[in-house]
Unconditional design. Structure first.
Length: 285
């Protein structure tokens, strides 16, 4: 019987997973180096869909100490990766302190600062000697390049393809974009995104938003809202130019297909159900 590989991948989400990386990985805090290693691991705690780094404890340039106070409650943001499934995964906005496997939380103690509960020592024999570090607590380099958001997943791919098909975007019956020059972005386990030249977008109907988010594959996103609709908050975004990997979409604008009507060659596309189906969950992909 044939096996759909995406089901195999999703089937591992309840497990603690790891994968070695050959990259040189460095973390720092306010200019102080915390670790510089060529033996990092990528770690996915159970239910997590994005990885973070675990590093050899003996290579840390900081001390680890038990936290002096009990842990505060950490809000869990659960979602279903596929329509019709019960919520099984944790949205990446669920903070580091929501651990889903057994282990010990630790403070990271530097010469001039203590970073509370920024390390986690999993109770797993395959990870003995390693500690997981809170990505958001430190500045990170892979080799000599800055990384943001979270480490890139080696099993997660982004492909961008030019298209001359007619792509029309509307919300509440109002056309917001129409183009034959879209770039189509295909990303593992996620809906296709249509990136449209700004000259083909009705920016006169939209308002710039102060919202900013980051993606480790594409860069920092700036947003627009369509104020005439309750579904229009942060409905569209565009990435900056920091990552050459995503050069094909630099300066182009994409819309959440979960909340707008997209027609391709006149055919209405399905509305995917994802964590970004509601305006409050809007984070660019």
């Amino acid at each position: 019987m044939a096996t759909r590989l995406s089901k195999v991948l999703i089937g591992t989400f309840p497990q603690l997973r790891y994968e070695p990386t050959a990259k040189r990985v460095r973390a720092s805090h306010d200019g102080s180096v915390v670790v510089d290693t060529a033996r990092a691991l990528l770690i996915w705690e159970p239910r997590r869909i994005t990885p973070i780094f675990a590093v050899p404890e003996q290579e840390l340039l900081a001390e680890l100490a038990p936290p002096p106070l009990p842990a505060a409650s950490v809000e869990e943001h659960a979602f279903a990766l596929r329509q019709g499934e019960a919520p099984k995964s944790l949205d990446p906005k669920t903070a580091f302190g929501k651990h889903t496997c057994a282990g010990e939380e630790l403070d990271v103690v530097l010469a001039g600062a203590t970073v509370p509960r920024a390390a986690f020592r999993p109770e797993d024999p395959d990870l003995a000697g390693y500690v997981v570090l809170d990505f958001s607590a430190f500045d990170w380099l892979e080799d000599d390049e800055e990384i943001i958001g979270h480490p890139r997943d080696p099993f997660h791919r982004v492909d961008i393809r030019a298209s001359s098909r007619d792509v029309d975007v509307a919300l509440d019956g109002v056309t917001l974009a129409s183009t034959t020059g879209a770039q189509l972005l295909y990303e593992t386990l996620l809906p296709v995104r249509y990136y449209i030249p700004p000259t083909d977008v009705r920016l006169d109907l939209m308002e710039e938003s102060p919202k900013r988010t980051v993606c480790p594959y594409k860069g920092q996103a700036s947003y627009w809202s369509y104020p005439e609709s309750g579904q229009g908050l942060n409905i569209a975004w565009s990435y900056d130019r920091r990552f050459p990997d995503a050069a094909q979409i630099h300066g182009l604008i994409s819309f959440f297909t979960e909340r707008v009507d997209v027609r391709v060659d006149g055919v209405l596309q399905p509305h995917p159900v994802t964590p970004w189906s509601r305006p409050s969950g809007a984070v660019a992909l």
